[in-house]
Design a protein around this ligand. Structure first.
Ligand code: H53
Length: 861
């Protein structure tokens, strides 16, 4: 390894090698030293926040030492690296994760620090770990499933000792904080870096210039062909500065890197403006650079097509590629070996420009032959698709794109030109095919189809669940399967990290599991197939009781959270909590996820209960038919998504009416938990009896909260969609409540809505008429009109009316099992956990490594 330090000085360096804290005493020493030096505080003014910061810094010290060793090892071995490019990393909190991942986690009696000993140390120093953990803001640099998947993946890559880096953006503002005011979502900016961030290392020594706009200069190129090297004379220039986050693995000293780029102004100054006395403007222009990475775009499964977003994408791709290429060049290998050293995974089409940027680097800067270069590109990249929904597929108008990135547009045209020639060769004279498959959409405003570009520039394309991976082959990418053959398209079913989603979120269940399967060292968190040992206890009365007790405690914890969200108002009746079914739907609010169907179901239940009361039934009699239940919702709507916001308002309006109806009491409650995020999910998910995964069949690519709920002993009520299908295969169809139409019937059902008036089921009719009556919006009976209109007059695109009856019937079955066959219910819950092992993100990463990246683990010595 190269070093700037002369040989003779190295002994001195080695003598003073920084050491990790290795016992509680050393941890305490580190802690106090951080409090007194880095934080400039003392015994007399160290509060929980300072304790959080000092604890984090002490842990980060250890991680940084292992980080350095990991990176040196990879470099020394000249090992292939994986780069995971994602515009979103929904990390949540880091401290508890780092504690759980302390290499000495259990099974090690040497007295080295573990989460338990750190907890004890903090206690001795005068702090409660639980309160200290609460000080950390969520790193919420993502919207939903896609961003959280990236976070689970970096966790698993480190755990599996895969030499991998995540690359993303260092947004100043992550996803907005959601407030609910008078039932409406209000977005407020969340400046998550308010107190600084002890987990990141700002690397000012690395400054990557990134250029935009300008023109292509071909004056040095006699052929004037776009295929030979050209010079891009950029207009605007900014610098990319990396912020590095250590990513610890579990039970390993491997520490990987998550590198997030932030934009800074260049030090160049506009002297023309300055000299003309326009100092203020010339500063303003510089400030604009910083706004480039200020905000995460708050849309999930929807593209807005804003120029600033395209700038973010290029800024991030250019900086990351520059970094990757620089690292490769240090190996002095020929370019042909680039794909042996580098695998780049594109998380959705957001980083597709990286394909074009690498081609530009190879052709324009490294002077490679165009086709040789593109071969290297294709063998380097692979692309994950996460959706088949049209509104979520990225397309960029040529005009906007060409202005911002003129040379990249030329390269895309050339890629398309060669690609279409190949297509034409294989399928001569099929003009329609050429039109459909072209990287450029020609009808109306010409646009670049980013998913198509990602396919052509990659060697593998994967979907995220079996059903979804089949769907992309038969719908949106059908023509590409025809051209390339099916082998370019593959499936890697999503997964979640059991460290965060079982051990960290549900410590009591984790402890019960490790006790019964006799795994005191928590090895099942690495090898989740060990969970199947729980099967033998599924009928065991004593075990069931303990299982139930954990659930009850988790439900009480959630009740506390809900009470806090409702300003102290206690919505959930704690006396009856053990017999109250917690029915939960938490995820982004989207029509395709059908929170509207869920709340319609709640309304119907309420109306039916009121009807029984009207007929003179007693509360006990009503409870026989409709046993106690709370419907819990949480999730953010994109700020500009009118229908989703209306659904939030409806949920809150229904909650208002139902929760304040004394006749109903604890038999039915509705709660909307504001500002759903990772750390709230860690409280909500372990408390679920039932969770709703009720998307219109064929719309949810995978879903990942379904896996989290089952891993925490929740049962699913769900459609035959996304990963629900494989969850059913793994846990058995007796242990999941499936309902609704299948994806193969969706097209026909939609067609029928267009051309035939199908009667609406009476339960839904009753529900919609109650909305119309103003029962939930007395001041404005028309408030929810768009919701019933969508079903009755606009073709019911999400097929609520087609699935409603079977949804209600299945809910009835749920009630019956939960209340009359309690032991059966617990058994299903246990069997779910026992058989959820397949959905560990470790398994996913292994599949990516073996079948797509062609990379092997590099274990610490
Ligand atoms: O990605 C998840 C899937 C989920 C899918 C989600 C997703 C986004 O969060 C954002 C954009 C997009 O195209 C897809 O909706 O089904 O589980 C991870 O793969």
């Amino acid at each position: 390894i190269d070093t700037m330090i002369p040989l003779k000085s190295r002994t001195l360096w080695n003598k003073h090698q920084v050491k990790k804290f290795e016992n509680p005493d050393q941890f305490e020493d580190r802690f106090i030293s951080h409090v007194e030096t880095n934080l400039g505080r003392s015994l007399y003014n160290c509060d929980d926040l300072a304790a959080y910061e000092a604890t984090s810094m002490a842990l980060r010290d250890n991680l940084t030492i292992d980080w350095n060793k990991t990176q040196q090892r990879i470099t020394a071995r000249d090992h292939k690296r994986v780069y995971y490019l994602s515009l979103e990393f929904l990390m949540g909190r880091a401290l508890d994760n780092a504690l759980i991942n302390l290499p000495s986690h259990k099974g090690d009696n040497s007295g080295t620090p573990s989460r338990d000993t750190v907890q004890q140390s903090l206690d001795d120093l005068g702090f409660k770990l639980e309160d200290v953990l609460q000080q950390e803001p969520d790193a919420a640099l993502g919207n939903g499933g896609l961003g959280r998947l990236a976070a689970c993946f970096v966790d698993s890559m480190a755990t599996e000792n895969i030499p991998a880096w995540g690359y993303g953006l260092h947004y100043q503002y992550g996803i907005f904080a959601q407030k609910i005011i008078n039932g409406y979502q209000v977005e407020t900016p969340e400046y998550w870096l308010m107190n600084g961030n002890p987990w990141e290392i700002e690397r000012n020594e690395i400054q990557v210039p990134v250029t935009f706009y300008g023109y292509v200069d071909r004056s040095n190129n006699p052929t004037s062909s776009t295929l030979s090297p050209a010079e891009w004379i950029g207009g605007e220039r900014v610098l990319a500065i990396p912020y590095d986050f250590p990513i610890p693995g579990f039970k390993t000293t491997t520490v990987n890197n998550l590198r997030l780029w932030q934009a800074r102004p260049t030090t160049e100054f506009d002297f023309a403006k300055f000299n003309s006395g326009d100092y203020k403007n010339s500063v303003a222009q510089q400030q604009r650079a910083e706004s480039l990475t200020a905000c995460l775009y708050p849309n999930d499964n929807f593209v807005q097509g804003k120029e600033l977003r395209l700038k973010q994408q290029y800024f991030w791709c250019a900086a990351s590629l520059h970094d990757i290429v620089r690292r490769f060049k240090k190996t002095n290998r020929p370019w042909t070996e680039f794909p042996d050293q580098v695998a780049i995974q594109l998380n959705d089409t957001h980083p597709t420009l990286a394909i074009v940027e690498l081609q530009r680097i190879l052709v324009d800067l490294e002077k490679l032959d165009w086709h040789d270069a593109f071969n290297i590109v294709q063998n380097t990249f692979s692309y994950t698709n996460h959706t088949v929904m049209q509104e979520a597929l990225e397309k960029w108008p040529i005009s906007l794109f060409g202005r911002l990135l003129p040379r990249h547009l030329e390269i895309i045209y050339d890629i398309n030109w060669f690609f279409l020639q190949e297509v034409e060769k294989k399928f001569p004279k099929d003009v329609d095919l050429l039109k459909r498959i072209s990287l450029i959409e020609e009808n109306g405003d010409r646009q670049i189809r980013m998913a198509f570009l990602a396919i052509v520039g990659s060697h593998k394309v994967n979907g995220v669940a079996e059903l979804h991976s089949e769907l992309i082959k038969t719908t949106i990418f059908k023509d590409f399967v025809k051209f390339y053959g099916p082998s370019k398209f593959t499936n890697v079913t999503n997964g979640i990290t059991p460290r965060r989603w079982l051990k960290q979120a549900n410590p009591k269940l984790a402890a019960l599991i490790s006790e019964y399967i006799q795994d005191p060292n928590d090895d099942y968190l690495l090898d989740t197939s060990k969970l199947t040992k729980l099967t033998q206890f599924a009928d065991n009365k004593e075990f069931q009781d303990k299982w139930n007790k954990v659930k009850l405690e988790n439900k009480l914890k959630l009740a506390d959270l809900i009470q806090k969200c409702y300003d102290g108002q206690d919505i959930i009746n704690r006396e009856h909590i053990g017999e109250t079914l917690f029915d939960i739907q938490v995820k982004r609010i989207h029509e395709y996820k059908r929170q509207q169907m869920n709340i319609f179901g709640v309304i119907y239940r309420y109306l039916a209960m009121k009807e029984l009361f009207k007929q003179g039934l007693t509360k006990e009699q009503v409870a026989k038919k409709f046993p106690p239940k709370v419907s819990i919702f949480g999730g953010k709507s994109a700020p500009g998504y009118y229908m989703a916001k209306l659904i939030i308002k409806l949920i809150n309006s229904v909650a208002d009416v139902v929760n304040n109806d004394p006749q109903i009491g604890y038999l039915l409650k509705v709660a909307f938990i504001p500002d759903y995020n990772v750390s709230k999910a860690e409280i909500i998910i372990p408390a679920s009896d039932l969770n709703e995964q009720i998307s219109t069949a064929g719309t949810e690519a995978s879903g990942t909260s379904n896996m989290k709920f089952v891993m925490n002993g929740g049962l699913i009520i769900g459609t035959v969609d996304g990963a629900n299908v494989e969850i059913t295969r793994e846990i058995g169809e007796d242990n999941i409540f499936l309902f609704g139409n299948l994806s193969e019937n969706v097209e026909e059902l939609r067609y029928n809505h267009q051309y035939h008036q199908k009667p609406i089921p009476k339960e839904l009719e009753m529900t919609l008429r109650s909305l119309e009556s103003g029962m939930f919006s007395p001041e404005n009976p028309n408030e929810f009109k768009p919701l019933w209109d969508a079903i009755e007059h606009h073709g019911d695109y999400y097929l609520v009316s087609d699935d409603f009856e079977s949804y209600l019937a299945t809910q009835e079955l749920v009630d019956q099992v939960y209340h009359n066959e309690q032991s059966e219910w617990i058994k299903k819950s246990i069997l779910g956990v026992a058989n959820i092992g397949f959905f560990s993100s470790d398994r996913c990463i292994q599949e990516y490594a073996d079948t797509i990246w062609n990379v092997e683990a590099l274990k610490p010595e």
